[in-house]
Write a protein that binds this ligand. Structure first.
Ligand code: FES
Length: 151
């Protein structure tokens, strides 16, 4: 057990926990930030994606100890004063979800992609989003949403 100070969505959180605990577990089970989803728990599906210092990261694979001194962003940090972020709005406008279980991770991955490539090609989108699985298969609408967000 150790003392940890996490910066999540601009707010500081103090907690006592094992440094080996996954960031996903901390977010969901200790901080009730349940917008980040548990899919496979093995780094394969992308449902648990958050941003750590702006980099899309599988939170099921990140230990609490590894997040020391970082800035973590989850889906809860996207909306401001009731206004969705541009990528969230683009997903909504494009209907880029069906069951929506993958959507939080998709949006965080898309934000990281757009930071690196503000106007990505379809190929760049497909390649960059390859690690995020949508079991409903709405991939064409996800690509359309990211294109929309880039305009
Ligand atoms: Fe982390 Fe699937 S739950 S990648």
């Amino acid at each position: 057990m150790g003392d940890f100070l996490l910066n999540i969505n601009g707010a500081e959180h103090h907690l006592k926990a094992s440094g080996d605990e996954s960031l996903l577990s901390v977010l969901r089970n200790r901080l009730q930030l349940t917008g980040t989803k548990y899919g496979c728990g093995e780094g394969q599906c992308g449902a648990c994606t958050v941003l750590i210092d702006g980099v899309a990261t599988r939170s099921c694979q990140a230990t609490l100890a590894s997040t020391k001194g970082t800035r973590i962003t989850t889906i809860e940090g996207m909306e401001r004063n009731g206004v969705l972020s541009p990528v969230q709005q683009a997903f909504l406008d494009a209907g880029a979800f069906q069951c929506a279980y993958c959507t939080s991770g998709m949006i965080l991955s898309a934000i990281a992609l757009l930071k690196e490539h503000p106007h990505p090609t379809d190929e760049q989108i497909v390649e960059s989003m390859d690690g995020n699985i949508c079991r409903c298969g709405v991939y064409p609408r996800i690509v359309a949403a990211i294109k929309r967000a880039s305009q």
